[in-house]
Design a protein around this ligand. Structure first.
Ligand code: PMV
Length: 344
């Protein structure tokens, strides 16, 4: 019996950062992200059942055995959800709209796309119709086992992952949609990703999470993340919440990197041009009063966030003052988006 499923799934950018986890891939603090639109993975998974297990991974049309280990580890966690998986020949064909290793969370889009495809195949196999809300919640839980941040990518606009006392439905095992709690201006947010460096990161996210164990500031960080989350949720509910939004988002980005720099085995992922760009962003915001701010992933690249009404001015400013800090002048223009799309 053969089955096939294709999905497009976007990346996401965390505003409140998840950094630190416990088994089985559960977060040590809640996080909240915007779902992106233009940075996505398109994936087709083909499964030939009852043939014995095999896995072939193709990326941009080329065999990529190096991705196999992470996917095999993911599959091992799915034995009970998808019993058919351990006896199937799986072919994964995947492509990204953004360069792999460009410091954009490619694991979020790829692992969410994989979870979506696997669940669709599972439904076909069981001749089950997906029911909307619980379906995405379940896929979010599966995606989390592949990559923590991937669990947030399956929801449109924004997602909250991790238990927080003020949100009854919040959970460590899956993300929930945060779209309904956000006023229109934040739905229009643009994300210009300044590629400061497209080199492969020197320390992976998994290693980074691990270094939070026994980190001298871990508990203060988790307290700060919880506090920032409450403030961010408040600011997202108000049209006049932009100043507060900016201050929280930038502080979260810098706290993430401060954790990297202050553990027992310190490491630095930002580059001199990350700091040059940040100085320029602060100068420009002060001078223009335009509500533009930055956040950072676990890498040197800058996500520049601003409402769509300022897009023309910001794009001119990027060309004249920020592009010089980008590797090969690369900038990816993205914006808040509407979540995954089933392709077949
Ligand atoms: O999902 P992971 O294990 O790649 O971790 C992602 C960590 C950050 O991107 C730095 C923060 C986040 O919440 O996405």
């Amino acid at each position: 019996m053969s089955y096939q499923s294709s999905w497009r799934s976007p990346s996401n950018i965390a505003l409140i950062k998840y950094w630190g986890k416990k088994d089985p891939q559960l977060p040590l603090n809640p996080s909240l992200s915007f779902t992106l639109s233009e940075c996505y993975t398109e994936m087709t998974v083909s499964a030939e059942l009852e043939t014995g297990f095999s896995l072939k991974v193709m990326y941009n049309g080329i065999p990529k055995p190096s991705f196999g280990q992470k996917i095999n580890d993911f599959f091992k966690k799915l034995d009970t959800c998808y019993p058919w998986l351990k006896n199937a020949s799986i072919v994964i064909e995947s492509k990204n709209t953004f360069p792999h290793g460009a410091g954009i969370a490619s694991s979020a889009s790829a692992m969410s796309a994989l979870a979506l495809c696997l669940q669709s195949i599972h439904d076909d196999f069981n001749e089950k119709e997906p029911d909307d809300n619980n379906w995405f919640q379940h896929v979010s839980e599966i995606a989390r086992l592949g990559s923590g941040s991937a669990c947030r990518s399956v929801f449109p606009v924004a997602a909250l992952w991790g238990k927080t006392s003020t949100v009854r439905d919040s959970h460590d095992r899956y993300a929930i949609s945060w779209k309904e709690h956000i006023v229109p201006v934040f739905h229009t947010m643009q994300d210009a990703i300044l590629i400061i460096s497209d080199e492969e990161k020197s320390v992976s996210s998994s290693a980074g999470h691990q270094l939070m164990e026994n980190h001298p500031y871990a508990l203060s960080r988790y307290t700060a993340a919880n506090h920032n989350l409450q403030r961010l949720m408040d600011s997202l509910e108000k049209e006049e919440g932009m100043d507060e939004f900016i201050s929280i988002v930038e502080s979260e980005a810098l706290q993430l990197h401060a954790m990297m720099m202050s553990g027992a085995t310190p490491f630095i992922l930002i580059k001199p041009n990350t700091l040059n760009a940040i100085q320029e962003i602060w100068r420009f915001r002060k001078e223009s009063s335009i509500p533009v701010c930055f956040t950072l992933d676990a890498g040197p690249n800058i996500h520049l966030l601003y409402p769509v009404e300022y897009a023309t001015t910001i794009e001119k400013w990027i060309s004249s003052r920020l592009v010089e800090f980008c590797s090969g002048g690369q900038v990816i223009f993205d914006h808040v988006g509407y979540g995954p799309v089933k392709l077949s």
